[in-house]
Design a protein around this ligand. Structure first.
Ligand code: 5CA
Length: 159
């Protein structure tokens, strides 16, 4: 099956890391973590949410790969990041990652993004992440998630 251009960007990024995982584009929505869990048939907590925040002093994006069941505690994140942070709006997400909300992947962004991983994801062998569109996902091991995020810190970011 031919992938859409955004999903293809993610597949190519995975290939560059030597991953053998396959992006799948589905007829059902995977736009939210709950929809993705329902669609692929996994636990909500096994979905990797790619949440973008904005450093309010630097203007830099910050990516937090969060377990689907968790909410990011912005006070904790602020301490780790070292500057005040705010939520990113849809335009900022698209500009700085190259992807629209609902499809933001953990890899393949238009620029390198400082990334953190929610420690709760590490409880699983396998997780599912968005792959560029609201209908595209891929499954990977959590050790591969660490590999493709190249040294991202694993932190406790939820309340
Ligand atoms: N495809 C699924 C996971 S496989 C997905 O992308 N889920 S997500 O949780 O990472 O992306 C949705 C997130 O985007 C929401 O949790 C929310 O933090 C954010 N979001 C949704 N709407 C907006 C909006 N209008 N402005 C800013 N952020 C938003």
């Amino acid at each position: 099956m031919k992938l859409s251009p955004s999903a293809m960007k993610v597949q190519e990024a995975l290939n560059r890391f030597g991953m053998d995982c396959q992006v799948v584009e589905l007829p059902q929505s995977t736009r939210t973590a709950q929809e993705a869990a329902n669609t692929v048939g996994c636990e909500l907590a096994q979905i990797v949410k790619s949440l973008v925040f904005k450093g309010l002093q630097s203007g830099n994006p910050i990516l937090v790969l969060t377990s689907g069941a968790n909410r990011v505690n912005e006070n904790l994140l602020r301490e780790v990041v070292g500057e005040p942070i705010g939520k990113a709006d849809a335009d900022f997400v698209r500009e700085r990652t190259g992807f629209a909300i609902g499809g933001v992947p953990p890899v393949g962004h238009s620029e390198p993004i400082r990334t953190f991983i929610d420690e709760d994801l590490m409880a699983f062998d396998e997780v599912w992440a968005a792959a560029g569109t609201p209908n595209a996902v891929f499954r990977l091991t959590t050790s591969d998630l660490r590999k493709i995020t190249e040294g991202a810190a694993v932190i406790a970011v939820h309340s």
